[in-house]
Ligand binder design. Structure first.
Ligand code: DC
Length: 211
């Protein structure tokens, strides 16, 4: 039997990264955080002094990207958040990153998390989860992370930044953030990580076991 591809999509700080990592471990599948691809492209443009909104600069950065760049330690934080969102709106950037994402799952299957995994990258994925939470809950999670990491923006600033990024991800012309018609929806607003994982694993097992 072909190893499964499990697609996990949803907005920022919905909890999909933690879920995806835990599902991959439980099912013994490789895991790819596809947001890192867009972050690494954004980082590359910034490092070269370019403008992440410039389509040609972003496409050139995507073409030059190497897998080693996904492990850089400077891919988080507001500056890269913004740059990643801008490069992710460029059709040429998305096209360039498709082969890498598809190739990643070829041999052993995979759990991938992102925005368009179930809609564009793997429309035939065995299981699709769309993980959401209210804007307030997601902003609070991100704010706590930032505080724990030593930076202290206000909660309202984090919420405003997140709302702007959500709008950009959902409104772009190519691969906008939206659930695939056959995705299982999981709202984590009132769930702790263990409860979210239990529900996700049950949904995945039910789909994998379905005839
Ligand atoms: O999940 P994240 O916050 O690390 O994603 C960074 C940016 O990349 C975000 O603006 C959404 C975008 N992205 C995307 O467009 N498609 C994906 N499959 C993953 C991320």
């Amino acid at each position: 039997m072909k190893p499964p591809v499990i697609a996990i999509d949803g907005p920022a700080a919905a909890g999909k990264g933690t879920l995806a990592r835990r599902l991959a471990a439980a099912l013994d599948l490789p895991y790819l955080d596809t947001g890192l691809l867009y972050r690494a492209v954004g980082r590359r443009v910034l490092d070269g002094g370019g403008d992440p909104a410039d389509g040609a600069a972003a496409a050139a950065a995507a073409a030059a990207l190497t897998p080693a760049e996904l492990t850089r330690r400077d891919l988080r934080g507001p500056e890269v958040d913004r740059a990643a969102s801008l490069v992710a709106a460029q059709p040429l950037v998305r096209a360039r990153l498709l082969d890498f994402q598809r190739g990643f799952a070829t041999e052993r299957g995979a759990v991938l998390d992102g925005r368009d995994i179930g809609t564009v990258v793997f429309p035939a994925a065995a299981v699709k989860l769309f993980v959401t939470a209210s804007l307030a809950a997601r902003a609070e999670r991100r704010w706590r992370e930032r505080r724990a990491g030593g930076t202290a923006p206000t909660l309202s600033a984090v919420e405003a930044e997140m709302a702007a990024r959500d709008a950009l991800d959902a409104a772009r012309a190519v691969s906008p953030l939206r659930p695939a018609p056959d995705a299982v929806l999981l709202d984590t607003t009132t769930l702790d990580p263990d409860a979210a994982f239990a529900q996700a694993l049950a949904a995945v097992r039910a789909r994998l076991d379905a005839p």
